[in-house]
Design a protein around this ligand. Structure first.
Ligand code: GAR
Length: 193
């Protein structure tokens, strides 16, 4: 991805559904000198998402779309993104699947973070499945979003060791800690920084 101008940061929207800890880490990153992006919009499909509090804390515009009708919500979403001149989208715990039509409107400019070492454990319940399969390692992946779930080109991954007494909760925590570092690194990589 190339920076649109030498000086301006790429206007980015972060999509969330829940806690928003990755959103928080991305906001913090966006405020550093080296960041090629600014976060100008937070989108949530869930009006109760805890992460929406960061909109207030950091004075970032937020929009909630209920996603009851996917086509309609995506149409609204596209116009909101256009009005706000959004060029890049970071999915951060966004639990809805974007349509092919939507994804094609932002070619190569939608990123996602997933809590597994893709291509292993696409979809939900990643930690549970990794533990059930007695994996020695799991981790997280930042990838470009394409029309197939969790299948776009991988940008960066971080491996974590699964300990003998690991639980779903402890593994989720361990991986989330790494996610917060991996997402900013992956963004820098997409800008060749
Ligand atoms: C993160 O672990 C993220 O990788 C995962 O949801 C969590 C969101 O946490 N995303 C997915 O499972 C997407 N399929 P957060 O709201 O604290 O950033």
């Amino acid at each position: 991805m190339a920076l649109s101008t030498g000086y301006n940061r790429v206007r980015t929207a972060v999509f969330i559904s829940g806690t928003g800890s990755n959103l928080k880490s991305l906001i913090k990153f966006s405020k550093t000198k080296k960041s090629p992006i600014s976060i100008n919009l937070i989108i949530s499909n869930n009006s109760k998402a805890k992460g929406l509090n960061y909109a207030k804390i950091f004075k970032i515009k937020k929009k909630i779309l209920n996603y009851k009708n996917k086509n309609l919500s995506e149409e609204k979403l596209l116009s909101i993104l256009k009005i706000n001149n959004i060029e890049m989208i970071c999915l951060a715990g966004f639990m809805k699947i974007l349509s092919k039509n939507f994804i094609e409107k932002f070619p190569g400019n939608i990123l996602n973070i997933h809590p597994s070492l893709l291509p292993k454990y696409k979809g939900l319940n990643t930690h549970k499945r990794a533990l059930n399969n007695k994996e020695k390692y799991s981790g997280c992946t930042v990838h470009f979003v394409n029309a197939r779930l969790d299948s776009g080109k991988i940008i960066l991954q971080k491996k974590v060791k699964i300990s003998r007494h690991e639980t779903e909760a402890s593994l989720a925590k361990k991986i989330l800690f790494q996610e917060h570092k991996l997402y900013p690194k992956a963004i820098l990589k997409t800008f060749n920084l």
